[in-house]
Design a protein around this ligand. Structure first.
Ligand code: PPS
Length: 510
């Protein structure tokens, strides 16, 4: 019997027959903000007319100012199942990563983007109950939040990092000066720049709650800030305004006004050693003044496992942070060896794994190329596509090992940069470290060793697609460590890796 909303009818049989597609995480974040009304007046993904106008003058085709394109890219294979001319055949169901429907897209326009893909534009409508997930109850819509805010000014803070005492002091000051209610927006779209999982960021912000004036805390999937991109900052400002913020406390200089609210650039504060207060830098004599820790200094404390000092961070926040980012010697780690067949990867990887098992300081999972291909990647060939699949599987499993604090040691050839980069990204998203070891032993030496006789076979034309002979190997440009084993003994090669890991805090000093 279908249902009608905003004049858009979605009969059951249309829903049943519609193709389903899972967008990229950043597109899902945009979708959530469209559905919640945080992107009002936008009601869907933009089409060519709006995009052209936006590029030209920062406005939608109807003249509304809007900072960034909000677009959806879909594989051609999916788009071919739609007929934009027929309202009954142009609905695309957008699903989350698990495949559960989030929304229906009324695809009124498709346009070319790049090979194999196209843009899909049209209004969106929520399907289902808004889903589940950690801290879902904190993901409230702008209308819900505005309905609970007291009359008067609303001070907005975008907490994309944990709140330490300097930020808390700035917030308290601004709220007092404006006599405003405080609204804290916590971005939970993707892990933060510092590798902090979204849930951990929320816990850190909640841990600072008793150091703030009475406040409302909302989690929302704000897309990546994208460095100090001004347009991205403007978009955040618009979203804050949609939530009812009248005054936004800038977290960086890139924050601009826009969306009908005022942006406050807070004064730089420092810790006054005389009375333990945070006040304007200029009001403290230099010898009593302590500047806030930089993000790099905070990261360094966490990496080493030293407690963040109480003058800088409330103990409850420090505890939460230390739990989310344990010291490197306890944090998950992926050691990823890459190199030609016969370069010495497996030998070194096994040596490193043995050393860690002997010392007992770490739990270890060894994902050796040959062994992986017998189990995890059984049936895959050595085509470029299958090699990529193989590396992604290895990278995914390794990241899960890392998520739980273990050390995963991988040693596939991994000839392609992109697949290695994907493995690095998996590890980062799991909060684990990633060390790429390029075993750079030259082809001539690998061929001289030819332990498995594969190079001889390849030269004789008996096997095709052998890496280094008639298949490519893209030399890494982002390796943490490069080792040529031509003139190294087994012991020397293994020690080089262990020493690197020790010097960088991943293992007990050796
Ligand atoms: S890849 O490219 O990362 O997916 O390769 P990987 O899973 O590490 O598998 C490499 C091992 O497979 C054997 N082998 C080949 N290697 C390269 N090219 C071709 N065509 C090939 N055919 C079989 C080879 O023994 C590799 O093992 P290692 O340990 O690297 O010597």
């Amino acid at each position: 019997n279908g249902w009608v909303a905003d004049g858009w009818t979605l009969p059951d049989e249309v829903l049943r027959d519609a193709p389903t597609y899972t967008p990229r995480p950043s597109e899902i974040a945009d979708l959530e903000l469209l559905l919640s009304g945080a992107y009002r007046p936008l009601t869907g993904f933009l089409g060519p007319a709006d995009l052209t106008s936006l590029r030209r003058n920062g406005r939608l085709a109807d003249g509304t100012a809007w900072p960034v394109p909000v677009t959806l890219e879909v594989p051609q294979a999916v788009l071919r199942q739609l007929d934009v001319a027929d309202p009954g055949k142009r609905v695309l169901i957008l699903a989350d990563l698990e495949g559960a429907p989030i929304a229906a897209l009324d695809t009124t326009e498709v346009y070319p983007t790049r090979e194999g893909f196209g843009g899909a534009a049209g209004r969106v409508k929520r399907l289902g109950d808004g889903g589940h997930g950690a801290f879902r109850r904190m993901r409230r819509t702008p209308a819900e939040v505005r309905g609970t805010l007291p009359q008067g000014r609303v001070l907005g803070v975008i907490a994309d990092r944990p709140l330490h005492r300097p930020q808390l002091a700035q917030i308290a000051r601004a709220a007092r000066t404006l006599a405003a209610h405080l609204l804290v927006l916590v971005p939970v779209g993707a892990p933060g720049a510092d590798g902090l999982a979204p849930e951990a960021l929320v816990r850190c912000v909640l841990a600072a709650r008793d150091r703030m004036p009475p406040c409302t805390i909302v989690a929302l999937p704000l897309p990546d800030q994208g460095g100090d991109d001004i347009r991205a900052a403007m978009l955040r400002t618009r979203v804050a305004a949609a939530y009812g913020v009248t005054h936004l406390l800038a977290s960086s200089d890139s924050m601009l006004s826009g969306g009908g609210l005022r942006v406050l650039v807070p004064r730089e504060l420092a810790y006054d050693g005389r009375d333990g207060q945070w006040r304007s830098l200029d009001d403290i004599p230099p010898k009593h003044r302590r500047l806030p820790l930089t993000p790099a200094e905070i990261e360094d404390h966490l990496d080493r496992g030293t407690i963040l000092p109480e003058w800088h961070t409330p103990p409850a926040v420090a505890r939460e942070l230390a739990r989310a980012r344990p010291p490197r010697r306890q944090r998950g780690l992926v050691v990823f060896f890459t190199g030609l067949s016969g370069s010495g990867k497996s030998t070194m990887a096994t040596g490193v794994a043995d050393a860690l098992q002997e010392s007992g300081e770490r739990t270890v999972t060894l994902l050796d190329g040959d062994i992986v291909r017998r189990h995890l990647s059984a049936g895959l060939t050595f085509s470029a596509a299958d090699r990529d699949t193989n590396i992604k599987r290895i990278g995914w499993v390794a990241a899960e090992v890392g998520r739980h604090g273990g050390v995963a040691i991988c040693c596939p050839i991994a000839p392609y940069h992109e697949a290695r980069a994907a493995a690095r990204e998996f590890a980062r998203n799991a909060g684990a470290g990633f060390v790429l070891v390029h075993v750079s032993t030259p082809l001539a030496e690998c061929e001289r060793r030819d332990r498995k006789g594969l190079y001889a076979k390849a030269r004789a034309g008996l096997i095709k697609g052998m890496t280094g002979i008639d298949d490519p190997y893209e030399t890494p440009t982002d390796a943490e460590l490069t080792i040529d084993t031509t003139d190294l003994s087994y012991g020397e090669a293994v020690t080089t890796v262990l020493r690197y890991l020790g010097n960088n805090g991943w293992l007990d000093p050796r």
